[in-house]
Design a protein around this ligand. Structure first.
Ligand SMILES: Nc1ncnc2c1ncn2[C@@H]1O[C@H](COP(=O)(O)OP(=O)(O)OP(=O)(O)O)[C@@H](O)[C@H]1O
Ligand SMILES: [Mg+2]
Length: 236
């Protein structure tokens, strides 16, 4: 397994919000995390990225124990996180935002190839290349955030609700691009999403969180066939 999360708890200060979450992501696999508001999806991603305390459980990445590592160390090992709300830099241009993502890389020509790929994947970013991040639409900011995370050349891309706040057609476009990114690069993905239909357009398997616990996991086909899942996350 590329990433193995087993029985973790997570806490903000003394308040524990995750009780028992387990999931795994294989090499090149795409895994979804489904769950209602407040279920602990974002906290699970933060636990992996090292931005929240994880008092117990294990997290291994490429066979290495990463629980308790600092966010910069986790990133340097090959996990890139596109946070909820995107975390783009509004006063930098699209080009500068993308280059910030590549700051640890030394392979200059590889960086240029990857920027060209992202601009081809997201034509909006090509048109907006010299605009400030603050001038972008919500969808374009999401595209830029994904591009920036990809520029770090990660083994695992972690996406927190890429569809949040986007018009349905824009969300579909963003997911089509995420799908292509996966198919053309073989990068592994961990995708949090409330809209299961969108998530299932990219992931092979998913885990369901309820009040800080992982309660169910399976292939997208298995989850589609589950009545409760259909009612709760697939609109019928
Ligand atoms: N910074 C924080 N400090 C204290 N509690 C927090 C903090 N962030 C989240 N929580 C709490 O932790 C629990 C899990 O929140 P989390 O953000 O992980 O949920 P989520 O599944 O991502 O929800 P959403 O779908 O709304 O994004 C919630 O009860 C939330 O109120
Ligand atoms: Mg969240």
């Amino acid at each position: 397994m590329l990433l193995e999360v087993s029985g973790i708890t997570a806490a903000y200060g003394s308040v524990q919000v995750i009780e028992n979450v387990s999931l795994s992501v294989g090499e090149g696999a795409a895994v979804g995390i489904l769950g209602a508001n407040g279920a602990g999806k974002t906290t699970t991603l933060r636990a992996i990225s090292g931005t929240v305390r994880v008092p117990s459980g294990t997290i291994t990445f490429k066979g290495q124990d990463i629980r308790g590592k600092r966010p910069e160390e986790v990133a340097a090992l090959g996990i890139s996180h596109v946070p909820e709300g995107r975390g783009t830099l509004p006063n930098l241009t699209v080009e500068e935002n993308l280059r910030v993502g590549a700051y640890l890389r030394k392979d200059r020509s590889g960086i240029e190839t990857d920027i060209a790929f992202i601009l081809e994947l997201f034509p909006n970013l090509k048109r907006r290349f010299t605009s400030n991040g603050s001038a972008l639409s919500g969808g374009e900011q999401q595209m830029m955030a994904i591009g920036r995370a990809f520029l770090a050349k990660p083994t695992l891309l972690v996406l927190d609700e890429p569809s949040l706040g986007l018009a349905p057609s824009t969300a579909k476009d963003v997911y089509a691009a995420i799908s292509r990114l996966r198919l053309e690069t073989g990068i592994a993905m961990l995708v949090v999403e409330q809209n299961a239909n969108l998530a299932f357009s990219v992931v092979d398997t998913a885990v369901v969180l309820e009040t800080g616990r992982s309660v169910l996991s399976g292939s997208t086909a298995e989850l589609r066939g589950n009545d409760e899942i259909r009612r709760a996350y697939l609109g019928g």
